[in-house]
Design a protein around this ligand. Structure first.
Ligand code: HEC
Length: 128
């Protein structure tokens, strides 16, 4: 094994490390933003708001047994990074009549971090 190969290995390692770090920082920041949501939500169980496990790709208003507003049930939204970004900026504007009485996350950077966090965290399975 020559010096050139060693350098290549070191470069690849350095590059992958540099790529991972900002993503992890963003998720960490998002985890802190999510603390605001935990007044009403948790990942695994329904509380005042529905559980967030399995959120991505799920239709709005579709957790079985959760008492959604008619507005949310009929919103015709599938939760993706894009739809969540719009909803979280101003919930009542995107879904007029929603019972999520929360002003929203007005800072676009905070929404981005929150969504990056949820894309990982919401891969969990609900408890029942
Ligand atoms: C004051 C309580 C409260 C807070 C705080 C809150 N929510 Fe909610 N959330 C609700 C309620 C209640 C619903 C159901 C709304 C409906 O049926 O109209 C909901 C619904 C949702 C939905 C739709 C879920 C689905 O299954 O269709 C998402 C996504 C959501 N909230 C994300 C968030 C995020 C992210 C935060 C933090 C930034 C947050 N919420 C903060 C109460 C809250």
């Amino acid at each position: 094994m020559g010096a050139a190969r060693w350098w290549l290995a070191a470069l690849v390692l350095a590059a992958s490390h540099a790529a991972a770090a900002p993503g992890q920082r963003l998720q960490k920041q998002g985890e802190q933003v999510y603390e605001r949501c935990q007044a009403c939500h948790s990942l695994e169980t329904d509380r005042t708001g529905p559980r967030h496990c399995g959120l991505f790709g799920r239709r709005a208003g579709s957790v079985p047994g959760f008492a959604y507003s008619d507005a949310m049930k009929h919103a015709d939204i599938v939760w993706t990074a894009r739809t969540l970004d719009r909803f979280l900026a101003n919930p009542a504007k995107m879904v007029p009549g929603t019972t999520m009485t929360y002003a929203g996350v007005t800072d676009a950077g905070e929404r981005k971090a929150l969504i990056a966090y949820l894309q990982q965290a919401a891969r969990c399975k609900p408890q029942h």
